[in-house]
Design a protein around this ligand. Structure first.
Ligand SMILES: [Zn+2]
Length: 144
């Protein structure tokens, strides 16, 4: 299962999710122009180069925008989120310079007015489910 770490994984969402399961937040960097992307892209949108490489992100980031979700997709409802227990979906700016959307954890949902753009964040890997059905997804945790 684990011996494929030396081979380059394809630049797909599936590979990105596989890295998440290993608690790694990976970006894809263009070797030609230095552009950094997450989720991954096989072709650089800036210079159209196909010379991409996986680069692990530090997870250091800040909140660039957010929405409070009171009625989420089934996946979130299954985890107990609803009108009475909303969650925050944010646009996160990674220190590597790319933006990614993810759930934001560690916020005081009883005081939504205190959630601020610019809040420093770190990568958080949320595991949900058991055994075969276990999934790891990316979230970002507010640093207080
Ligand atoms: Zn490029």
């Amino acid at each position: 299962m684990k011996e494929e770490t030396t081979t380059i994984r394809p630049f797909t969402a599936a590979a990105f999710n596989q890295y998440l399961a290993e608690h790694k937040l990976m970006t894809v960097k263009c070797s030609k122009c230095g552009g950094v992307y997450a989720p991954p892209r096989a072709i650089c949108p800036k210079c159209h180069s196909e010379e991409m490489e996986w680069v692990e992100a530090s997870g250091k980031s800040k909140l660039a925008g957010f929405t409070i979700i009171y009625s989420g997709p089934t996946f979130m409802v299954e985890q107990g989120f609803d009108k009475k227990n909303p969650y925050v979906s944010g646009i996160v700016e990674l220190e590597e310079g790319t933006f990614i959307s993810a759930r934001i954890t560690g916020l005081d949902m009883s005081k939504p007015a205190e959630i601020k753009v610019g809040t420093p964040l770190s990568a958080d890997f949320v595991e949900f489910g058991e055994g075969e059905a276990k999934k790891t997804y990316l979230a970002f945790k507010a640093i207080h």
